[in-house]
Write a new protein. Sequence first.
Length: 220
Amino acid sequence: MSPLSTAILPSQCQVCRTASPRPFIEVQGRSYWRCDFCEATFLHPDQRLSHQEELAHYRLHENDPDDPRYRAFLSKLAGPLLEKLRPGMTGLDYGCGPGPALVAMLSEAGMHMCRYDPFFHPDRDALRYCYDVVTLSEVAEHLFEPANEFDRLGALLKPGGWLGVMTSFQTDDGRFRHWHYRRDPTHVVFYRVRTFEVLAEQRGWLLEIPSKDVALLRKA
């Protein structure tokens, strides 16, 4: 299949569901598409890894919950969230991976945390409840159907609850081809600040961007 001449073209943006995204760039046989409304960029759905290929790649990750450098990295998300939360509140780390360091950090701050990951913690009972906070740390870029996933995440939040997202914002089209974040084969969608503005507007959420690569969205 020639990536940009495939017979089955994406009919809508994977993130905001706006019709007719356009071809953006082809890199090493992988075709990326751009939505001009929310400014998201996503890999053509036909070129995603299989479930087993994804799992094999994730098993290469070394995310030690006790690693101080990893904790410092996660504090970019945990810090701003904890300014808005109180001990005793409930939370879900969605896509926690095999080493749920963020669960440990928020639990140590007095939160009652649950975890869910389709590969490493697939207990769907955690998806039956509503929470004061749901976190996606380095998860949003892996989502095959972001629009549906953000709807699901909203349903997991209590009224006034917070959704905390950390992902590398895509800002420079000229560097996209060689961007380290794009080169990860499990990264299939890339967001800008505008993307989160649209996600919030579509759902009636409030949006804060406390720092680069972090979006906090509050359910009305």
